[in-house]
Design a protein around this ligand. Structure first.
Ligand SMILES: [Zn+2]
Ligand SMILES: [Zn+2]
Length: 232
């Protein structure tokens, strides 16, 4: 009850506007829930965009430790971007519920992930998680795990802080820059799907996959809410 009162108080101070139509009220209004689905980016190699499958294609295979990446929507979609931002930076519960709704609606695109033993995520650095209060990638992993009926396993921890990939230019985004930022922990599964919010250059996820494979994990898939940069 107290949290409801507090929530209502917060909402009366900061009125909410729908991320799609801008109407005052909810973060994602009923009519928009009916009318809108995030665009499922068609199955494609995450690195070269060659279509057909979310698996990494034969040509890109030697350049990465990842076996494939599933993305549910395009980051260029302003509705998706707004929901991710509200959730990530403001911990907005309505935005989280909206994203969970989309993940459920897009469950058929998770087929590649159903072959794995466990669901995991790209962890935030502990200090960042503390200041933010939650880890968005971990919450996404829980949503996915519930849908495909697999356990969530924390297979990685982040050893040092990095600049956000989005703030880097392509030249700065060198894979070597990320060497050693992740360390494996616990008993590792044979196959795992790593969740994260956005897939851009893939360098972070590749560094995580590398650490896992060097410690005996056979298959590593990625799963992100969105793929691409603001420009796509
Ligand atoms: Zn709306
Ligand atoms: Zn490719």
């Amino acid at each position: 009850m107290e949290s409801l009162v507090r929530r209502l108080a917060i909402e009366s101070i900061w009125p909410r506007f729908c991320i799609r139509c801008g109407r005052e009220g909810e973060v994602f209004c009923r009519p928009c829930q009916e009318a809108y689905r995030p665009r499922i980016s068609f199955a494609a190699c995450p690195f070269c965009g060659r279509g057909g499958s979310d698996r990494v294609c034969d040509e890109c295979g030697p350049k990465t430790y990842l076996d494939g990446v599933i993305s549910l929507a395009a980051y260029g979609d302003p509705v998706v971007r707004e929901a991710i931002g509200l959730w990530k930076y403001h911990g907005d519960e309505q935005a989280q519920a909206t994203i969970e709704l989309w993940v459920r609606q897009l469950a058929q695109s998770l087929r590649l992930a159903e072959a794995v033993e466990a669901v995991s995520f790209i962890p935030l650095h502990e200090s960042k998680k503390r200041s933010r209060g939650f880890d968005q990638a971990q919450e996404l992993a829980k949503m996915v795990a519930r849908l495909i009926n697999r356990p969530v396993q924390e297979v990685l921890r982040r050893d040092r802080k990095t600049r956000a990939q989005a703030q880097l230019t392509n030249e700065q985004r060198l894979v070597g820059d990320l060497d050693g930022i992740f360390r494996v922990q616990g008993n590792l599964p044979q196959s795992v799907v790593l969740c994260d919010d956005v897939f851009t250059s893939g360098a972070t996820m590749d560094a995580a996959a590398r650490e896992l494979k060097e410690h005996g994990v056979k298959t590593v898939f990625g799963l992100t809410l969105a793929k691409g940069s603001l420009k796509t």
